[in-house]
Ligand binder design. Sequence first.
Ligand code: NAP
Length: 244
Amino acid sequence: MTKPVALVTGAQRGIGAAIAKKLGADGFALALVARSADALKTFAGELAADGIEAEAFPCDVSNAGQVEALFKSIQEKFGRLDAVVNNAGITRDGLLLRMKEEDWDSVIDINLKSVFLVSKASLRMLLKSSQGRIVNISSVVGVTGNPGQTNYAASKAGIIGFSKAMAREYAGKNLAVNVVAPGFIESDMTDHLNETQKNAALSTIPMNRLGTALDVASVVSFLVSPSASYITGQVLCVDGGMAM
Ligand code: NAP
């Protein structure tokens, strides 16, 4: 494989799909990861129709055994890996008083433990790249907190701490680790909000609009590009000014 290869988790819809399309357009071959095998294969086919080399790797990124198998498959298929975008994530919102332990555990496992598993498993290949990159997708609520999201905010704040520690461990080895923290982005995750909730959200956004998946994908594209070669351990909020 002569092209650089990027792995994107949670790639079958929403922000992850936009990131995959953008990185494909930038010239990366893509390892697409999500649990839904059929949707992922369909998406890989759509990208291929646009001339983008993309392979579907169905995997639950919170499962250590599946992540190990994923990296064996990527090694066999592509033989190299240059960028990893840890984007898979879920919400299980609820006020703390009513939050079930399983809602805490599933959010921490899928949003945070997955970043540990995937980042660790990707190291061997990334360190062989001339310019290894990891971009972890956190959230503005990992910076500011949000009522009803103690589990989610903890997972997203955890991603920031993990990324800064990892950035320090590997800064001398040509591997940069950065975080993108989106605000309110139009997606399946925000589609379930009613008008009142959307208007309440808008009132907190200085730029007075929801973000788009492309707003996030463009920043990820920059962070994995040679233009960002002197940036590591940073958190870039893509949030219309919410967290300034
Ligand atoms: P989304 O539309 O719900 O998509 C989530 C993606 O993650 C799907 O492709 C899903 O595919 C995958 N996924 C979920 N659990 C997984 C698992 N265990 N293993 C592998 N893949 C898994 O979400 P989104 O709105 O695009 O959000 C993407 C990321 O941005 C998330 O980390 C989210 O927290 C963050 N974010 C979003 C917003 C927003 O406003 N939308 C704001 C801030 C941060 P399968 O279900 O097929 O596995």
